[in-house]
Write a protein that binds this ligand. Structure first.
Ligand code: PRX
Length: 634
């Protein structure tokens, strides 16, 4: 355990500072603390879930207006619930309203329950978890917010965060929200090139990182990756470096020791009153063509939608421990580890490790130790663990579990059944949640909060409140998209508050990608089937996006890299079905996601006896795939 890291966190959060409370009291008084959604609409005379769903789509303004007033704390009220026009890709919610997302996620909970645990940092070594209360997280966030301001970060700037899941990563996101800056979290497994691309596109002057990451018992030099990346990013003026391990790393004039400088800052940071439609964050994701796109999410609608889905899809209640094992670098981490969970005053787990470290019982040992109530993971991991056998699960007490969630890719029936029968002992609903970076939050899911809801294995089932799906013909729009027992392109016919607003600097690409293929509809890029009963099953991507282990990869991006190899004239990347990963892509990559070009070169030069050291490859078998593929091409 890194004493420096632990020590600095504890010192930072040890003193109960009066001024934090003064600040919170001030906010607590003026805000309407959230209460639950059915109450918000009960006065409309709607009581059951199906009636509520119909109300949410037919009376969208009244539904979302009531829920937004009830669940969020506003500095000034909004005057217009929605102002959306799909033909221009215009999506605006809660105009006129002002709020601060970090106040919604922190201050109001500090006001009511300061000592409630906000974050459980499940570090790589089992049994070394660190708990951070709401009071402590607010203090960290304020100090960081003040530090960012001292470093010259202003409202409207975009800060890039390249960190593994840890409390300071969450505090960095919330600190940006507090001072009105946007964040751009880049998954800390991405290569320096991928990081540089994203920093450049976001034009960040500030990057926040850690000296090293620790994952699966291995130390990863994240600061070194940042150093390489920023060499090609003229916008970067400073890199804030937190110490995850005790190992020192080379620091330059540009680098700022994060904990040391935070300690000098005040624990009160005045939250900025943000407009509902100001940018909260950019998150890059792969499309079927071109470079990854920086999807833009804004303040109020996104927060409302993630909080509502977190509460109702997972049946989350006060006091529950929510265990989502995604990385904060993906939308799942943003929406459910951070914003949805914290907006609801939840206790949320930050998982730093892997499903098989130190052994394949890791998830379930963690469930027992942390008494996790909702477990949310990816089918890839479930398929992998299934192969190790039931004992790894049954060795641990999982009686705390109430809901099991799945996300990122289709879950096959075998994996679904195993998850339900073995992990959940047949008593926990499995919620297969369909959504995307673009949708901001879950759009189709079984909704266990409805006690009557039937759940069919492997089906995402029903649209969430306010979501009106339509299945359209893959070539041209035919019919109204409402008949059952049909298959088609999955579209959504009316706006919802959580959807992305644009692609950073490329609004035209936004409208072309999502609104022009089926005029009047938002096109998801996925195909789906709707059963006779009206339940949805996701079929998969209709475009050239490959889904490997629930991670999106664009074929164009892969080809771009392969084409850089001097011996390659043309290339075509395709996905092929893979037992565990869903789809495979044959490129030899290191565990940090870097493609080993020297291996490709040797294969193309037919020099396969001299491939060199392959020990850092994530999947050494991928090299054999490439060799076999190359032989076939010859
Ligand atoms: O193809 C769908 C698949 O993942 C894509 C979205 O990827 P991303 O933006 O990275 O977000 C992943 C986490 C929300 C979708 O277009 N996908 C996501 N969830 C499911 C799914 N495919 C089938 N079933 C799901 N539950």
């Amino acid at each position: 355990m890194c004493s420096l890291w632990r020590g600095s966190l504890l010192t930072l959060t040890s003193s109960l500072n009066r001024r934090v409370f003064q600040c919170c009291r001030q906010f607590g008084r003026s805000y309407n603390i959230a209460s639950c959604m059915p109450e918000a609409v009960a006065f409309q005379g709607v009581s059951d879930h199906s009636g509520l769903y119909k109300f949410s789509v037919n009376e969208s303004d009244r539904f979302w207006g009531a829920v937004a007033r009830q669940r969020l704390s506003w500095i000034s009220p909004f005057h217009t619930v929605q102002n959306c026009d799909f033909s221009q890709g215009k999506i605006k919610w809660f105009e006129g309203g002002k709020l601060n997302v970090s106040v919604n996620c922190l201050d109001r909970h500090v006001h009511t329950c300061p000592e409630r645990v906000a974050l459980i940092w499940e570090r790589d070594e089992p049994g070394t978890e660190v708990k951070i209360t709401y009071r402590q997280l607010l203090e960290l966030t304020c100090r960081l917010g003040n530090l960012l301001k001292r470093q010259g970060v202003r409202r409207g700037d975009c800060v890039t965060i390249y960190m593994p899941p840890c409390p300071l990563a969450v505090a960095s996101m919330l600190a940006c929200a507090r001072i009105g800056a946007a964040h751009n979290v880049v998954f800390a497994g991405f290569s320096s090139e991928a990081l540089a691309d994203r920093i450049r596109d976001a034009q960040s002057s500030t990057v926040i990182t850690v000296n090293q990451g620790v994952r699966g018992g291995k130390v990863v030099d994240l600061k070194r990756t940042v150093d390489q990346a920023v060499q090609n990013c003229p916008s970067v003026q400073q890199v804030l470096v937190a110490m995850r391990t005790e190992n020192t790393v080379a620091m330059t004039d540009r680098d700022v020791p994060l904990e040391e400088e935070m300690m000098k800052e005040d624990v009160v940071c005045e939250p900025v009153a943000m407009d509902s439609e100001d940018v909260l964050f950019l998150l890059y994701t792969s499309g079927s063509t071109g470079k990854p796109k920086g999807l833009v999410h804004t303040q109020a609608g996104y927060l409302l939608y993630t909080s509502l889905t977190h509460r109702y899809v997972f049946n989350y209640h006060d006091g529950d421990v929510f265990g989502c094992v995604a990385d904060i670098g993906w939308i799942t981490g943003h929406s459910y580890i951070v914003y949805g969970a914290l907006c609801n005053g939840g206790t949320t787990v930050l998982f730093e490790s892997t499903p098989v470290y130190p052994n394949p019982g890791r998830y379930w040992e963690m469930v027992e130790r942390l008494e996790i109530n909702q477990f949310y993971g990816a089918p890839t991991a479930i398929r992998l663990l299934l192969k190790y056998g039931d004992e790894w699960v049954q060795n641990y007490n999982r009686s705390s579990l109430k809901t099991l969630g799945s996300v990122g890719e289709p879950i096959n029936t075998e994996a679904w059944e195993w998850y339900h029968r073995v992990v959940g002992d047949g008593r926990c609903p499995v919620v297969d949640t369909w959504w995307q970076t673009e949708t901001g939050g879950i759009c189709i899911a079984p909704r266990p909060a409805d006690p009557e809801a039937e759940i069919v294995p492997g089906m995402a089932m029903r649209p969430f409140y306010g979501i009106k799906p339509a299945l359209l013909d893959t070539e041209v729009v035919t019919g109204d998209g409402v008949s059952n027992d049909s298959t088609g392109a999955l579209c959504i016919s009316q706006a919802w508050p959580g959807m992305a607003r644009t692609i950073h600097n490329h609004h035209q690409r936004f409208t072309e990608t999502y609104f022009q293929p089926y005029p009047g509809f938002f096109f998801t890029g996925d195909g789906a089937h709707r059963s006779k009963e009206g339940y949805y099953q996701i079929v998969g991507r209709l475009d050239d996006v490959i889904n490997v282990s629930g991670h999106r990869l664009g074929t164009a991006e892969l080809e771009d890299v392969v084409n850089q190899c001097p011996a390659v004239a043309e290339s075509a990347a395709i996905g092929y079905s893979h037992d565990i990963k869903g789809e495979g892509e044959c490129l030899p990559k290191t565990r940090s996601g870097k493609i080993m070009r020297r291996v490709l070169r040797k294969v193309v030069e037919r020099n396969t006896d001299e491939l060199g050291d392959l020990s850092t490859l994530d999947d050494p078998d991928s090299v054999h795939e490439v060799i076999r593929g190359h032989r076939r091409l010859r």
